[in-house]
Write a protein that binds this ligand. Structure first.
Ligand SMILES: [Cu+2]
Length: 256
């Protein structure tokens, strides 16, 4: 039942957003139903994930493809240095998957997906044999694990972007801690930090941004971050782990 509820939210996010927007607008405007919208939804941010990765990696794609049982295909090698890796999940139903490189990024996901689809993340990686695995609970034990050779210095990815502002989310069980609504500057790099102290996976995703895949994810205790640039407007953020949004893990981010 809980899963079905989460499934419906995942499949019909716009209906949910509209209901949320209407409820916020009507309370802010004293229940007038034809007043100007206080909720200025940001324009959708749609990204061709493979094109983005190809552009970042000088025309190369480093894609890890997982289905409901394990990895279907992984890159034969990765270049040393900073590289954009692509995680694609081809199962039928929403399910958390992530890509962790052992010993890197505090063993937190470089990239995560919670819906069938693809997402990108950036990792700085050294030459040698590198162990990778799926950090979502139980998946490594189910066989989502492997090694990849990291060779040479062919990565052409540019240096990491320096963030100009920081947003922090922390969690307590299936809740975000702190005020639900936040603000951030527009059109500059903003670092999204997610700090998890419990054993649960959590993530931050935005409605209508990048197919609503997680922007940053943590699998169990730890901190992770990702730097993004957002256009002005109001975004609805939520935890994309199935069931967590329905339990209350959502809020608004006003950018401008
Ligand atoms: Cu969560």
């Amino acid at each position: 039942m809980l899963w079905l509820h989460a499934h419906r939210n995942v499949l019909h996010p716009r209906r949910f957003a509209l209901a949320l927007a209407l409820s916020i607008t009507s309370s802010a405007a004293g229940c007038s139903d034809d007043g100007p919208a206080a909720f200025q939804a940001a324009d959708p941010i749609e990204v061709d994930v493979r094109a983005e990765a190809l552009a970042s990696n000088g025309g190369r794609l480093y894609e890890f493809v997982a289905d409901s049982d394990g990895y279907v295909s992984v890159p034969s090698r990765l270049p040393a240095g900073e590289v954009v890796v692509t995680l694609t999940y081809i199962g039928d139903a929403p399910a958390p998957h992530s890509l962790v490189f052992e010993g890197l990024n505090g063993d937190q996901p470089v990239v995560a997906v919670d819906l069938p689809g693809s997402n990108n993340g950036t990792v700085h990686i050294a030459e040698g044999e590198q162990v990778f695995f799926d950090g979502a609970p139980g998946n490594r034990a189910k066989g989502y694990v492997g090694t990849v050779a990291v060779t040479g210095d062919e990565s052409t990815a540019g240096p990491s972007v320096q963030s100009r502002a920081d947003l922090w989310w922390s969690t307590a069980g299936v809740q975000f801690v702190g005020p639900p609504d936040r603000t951030a500057p527009a059109n500059v790099p903003v670092a999204l930090h997610l700090d998890v102290i419990d054993q649960l996976p959590h993530s931050i995703a935005f409605e209508r941004v990048r197919d609503e895949q997680p922007l940053v994810a943590v699998d169990g205790p730890g901190v992770n971050q990702r730097t993004i640039v957002l256009s002005p407007g109001t975004y609805v953020y939520f935890c994309a782990v199935p069931g967590h949004r329905a339990a209350g893990m959502e809020g608004r981010l006003v950018v401008g």
